[in-house]
Ligand binder design. Structure first.
Ligand SMILES: [Zn+2]
Length: 426
């Protein structure tokens, strides 16, 4: 924003004091009204106007008294390379949608992919996002790492692989060539990871190789009842889809009670034997969770990226994110791709946070925790950079409130955020 003061990440920087209708962070702090005093990105004081008082020295005041001020957001699951893919006609049918995305991807040139990723990064920026879990097709991996680094985005770019049937040997060979050393050489703060697309599109051996690679791992899991059916007995629409793509060769091993049981077995297998490794996996969606799966999930090294608007887009209701949180599972927020969103100009969990407050009466503190510190933890980042402890913040945004002044009414707002303090570009 042209009227945003330039904030240096320097403890010697002159203090900037932000006056807000209310201030809230990812750890439940909330001051209404509030004042936040920063030196660079470091919080030097925060609280009510009375408790903070008038900071000494040459203070630059930023008036955000019509706005909520909060840490910049984390979007733990998106697909930046799909940003400029045209919306799929009749998209409510997941299998048709998947096929449409697949053919759109195949028709994109390298430059199309790069432009799509750059447009996605711009929409993250327009949404006040400071850290991302991006799922990149192989041809988008380097473009995404570069585009994220260019704007100081932290997080992880997960290279998405599809390793099923006849593709398994080549996919395993590529996976086994990955080492933790592959997670380097980029800007600090943005790492490379790997994402087997889903249990119905990547073989169990591909998952286990990914989990042994030492790189951050993510996937789509328990997205629908059809997935549970496929993992149970190898039948249903996913079987039909694999056959139509020529990816069914009969080597798939069914027999899992539920996708969570299936993933538990992958985690166990990857931790055993030579080269075995205990690792965490960031799993998107988990729309289809029964009580038994929930109890097992709570024992596993799984972080959950819930994508509320994407879930609604595909007709899923009754997500059990609150039960997961109550059971101790780290549940963060993602948007999934721009194709599923109702905000053409931005890709941000700010709008998912507001949806949960509006639809489920989720508290601001819980929603903001999911959209900030839970996402930071899931991406392996320092979560203290998303709360108002006296440490450097990843970024700070302001959101104009209009007639909805109270923190509890934040879900009724729909305005785009503006930056008070952007991520640092190294
Ligand atoms: Zn996804």
């Amino acid at each position: 924003m042209s009227n945003t003061p330039k904030i240096q990440d320097d403890s010697a920087a002159a203090p900037v004091a932000v006056r807000a209708a209310w201030l809230a962070d990812g750890n439940g702090a909330c001051f209404a009204p509030g004042v936040l005093v920063l030196r660079g990105r470091t919080v030097v004081a925060v609280g009510s106007p009375e408790s903070v008082g008038v900071p000494g020295g040459a203070v630059t005041w930023v008036d955000a008294s019509d706005s909520a001020v909060m840490p910049a957001l984390v979007n733990a699951h998106t697909h930046l390379d799909l940003t400029l893919v045209p919306r799929i006609p009749e998209p409510k049918h997941f299998f048709q949608w998947l096929g449409g995305v697949r053919s759109a991807r195949l028709s994109m040139t390298a430059d199309d992919v790069r432009q799509s990723v750059i447009a996605g990064v711009q929409r993250l920026d327009a949404g006040g996002v400071a850290a991302v879990g991006d799922i990149a097709g192989t041809h988008a991996l380097q473009a995404s790492l570069a585009a994220c680094a260019d704007v100081g985005l932290e997080g992880c770019v997960f290279e998405e692989v599809f390793g099923m049937g006849p593709r398994v040997p080549a996919c395993l060979a590529a996976m086994e060539a990955l080492t933790p050393a592959a997670d380097g050489g980029h800007a600090p703060g943005i790492r490379r990871g790997v994402q087997p697309h889903a249990p119905y599109s990547s073989d169990r051996r591909v998952f286990e190789a990914a989990l042994r690679s030492g790189l951050p791992v993510s996937t789509h899991l328990a997205e629908s009842a059809d997935e549970r059916r496929f993992l149970g007995d190898g039948s249903g629409p996913f079987r039909d889809l694999l056959e139509s793509f020529g990816l069914w060769d009969g080597t798939f091993a069914a027999g899992a009670r539920h996708p969570i049981d299936w993933m538990a077995e992958r985690l166990r297998a990857a931790s055993m034997g030579p080269g075995g490794r205990q690792t965490r996996v960031l799993c998107a969606h988990l729309n289809d969770i029964d009580d038994q799966a929930l109890a097992l999930l709570a024992t596993l090294p799984i972080d959950v990226a819930y994508c509320p608007r994407a879930s609604e887009f595909f007709g899923h209701a009754g997500h059990r994110y609150r039960a997961m949180r109550a059971a101790g599972v780290n549940v963060c927020l993602g948007t999934d791709s721009a194709l599923n969103l109702d905000t053409p100009d931005r890709i941000t969990t700010l709008d998912d946070l507001r949806l949960l407050m509006r639809r489920d009466q989720l508290s601001l503190a819980d929603a903001l925790e999911m959209a900030t510190v839970a996402g930071a933890r899931a991406l392996g980042l320092d979560a203290s950079r998303w709360d108002f402890s006296l440490s450097p913040l990843a970024g700070v945004i302001a959101v104009q409130l209009g007639e909805h002044h109270a923190p509890a009414d934040f879900g009724k707002t729909s305005t785009a955020p503006r930056w008070i303090c952007r991520p640092e570009v190294s």
